[in-house]
Design a protein around this ligand. Sequence first.
Ligand code: GLV
Ligand code: MN
Ligand code: MN
Length: 417
Amino acid sequence: MAFAIDGRRLWESLEALGRIGRYRDDEAEVWGVCRLALTAADGEGRRHVVEQMKAAGLAVTIDRIGNVFGRREGREPLAPVMVGSHVDSVPTAGRFDGCLGVLGGLEIVRSLADDQRVTRRPIVVAFFTDEEGCRFGTDMLGSAVATGRIPLDRAYGLKDRDGLTVRDELSRIGFLGEADVALAPPHAYVECHIEQGPTLRAAGKDIGVVSGVQAISWHELTLTGRSAHAGTTPMELRADAGMAAARLNLYLRAMILSGRYGALRATMGAIVPRPGLVNIVPGKVIATIDLRNPDDGAMRRAEQDLIGFYDRVAQDEHVKITWRQTARTDSVAFSPKLQERIAAAAEARGLSCSPIVSGAGHDAQEMARLCPAGMVFVPGENDGISHNPREYSTPEQCARGVSVLADVLLSLAEEEG
Ligand code: GLV
Ligand code: MN
Ligand code: MN
């Protein structure tokens, strides 16, 4: 008989975690979740999950970047199979992004305990620090440190917009752990996540077999002009940082429409003018740019052309443009063996599935540096909207994804050394 998780318990645990950091979102007109990394709400969410891990009999360790690992011993002292994701959120989140992977892993170990079943290999349920990158500027921070892409010192020194550092904020919320950050390679890593896009739902598929993740490039720009009177300053005497930011944003749209950069996606997510008042030419703008591309070559071309355009706009608009790369990852391919296994597990359960490239970044892409890694996607309702409180996957969609995750996890956990 197929291994059974408890779909209702999984759903209740998603709801319980979703109550932490809850806020009323006036734009979406629903309740949302705000557990921005290393805030008090994130601390509360983390403590809640740690308690659940301990109650499920897991031995919990916390590393020096605040990643949390809950371990269930196996029959043999072999490298563990790891399952996980993140519980921090963007400030305008729903209940599923990241949480499904962590609570799905927890549900699997609870179901194993119910069955009094012990696997050959240990199982580790993990959640990683600051996957979202909204606060300190760099996504997948905890998993990138654990897998050696970002040095711990650099991560500690990252600051939010108020100048607070990752290290101090980790300490303040009580998650500056003591375990070494260099993670010993697990036997494999698997993660279940909502798709965060419309594809699977539109195609009527139950499960997405994730083939990989597209490249990501983030810039933070400071555009400095001169603030001046909006009514009296002749147009030719202005150094309007707002106009410069608008031109960059329109250039992103033109890049997409040119068709020269493959399947590029580009977003100016923050445009913050100073002083930001009706009758003053903005003297300063802080802006961010997020580029995504499944093709690394096309991504590099897009980055080069965009950087060239910064100079042109600076000249034309008489502003100074400085920028820094806050995050950059190439595309990542997941283990073909795990993709096959995920597809086979879905089919064995009579679930429809299709391959899919992840549009979002994930901790699994960092783990792929250490060990075979794979991801199971579940469809989302409301056109798969995500990073928005209207994000929603049904209890059935979530349970199917975690059931497939469980099958793959358990087969890996019985493999020999
Ligand atoms: C993480 O959610 C991302 O921005 O892809
Ligand atoms: Mn996520
Ligand atoms: Mn996210």
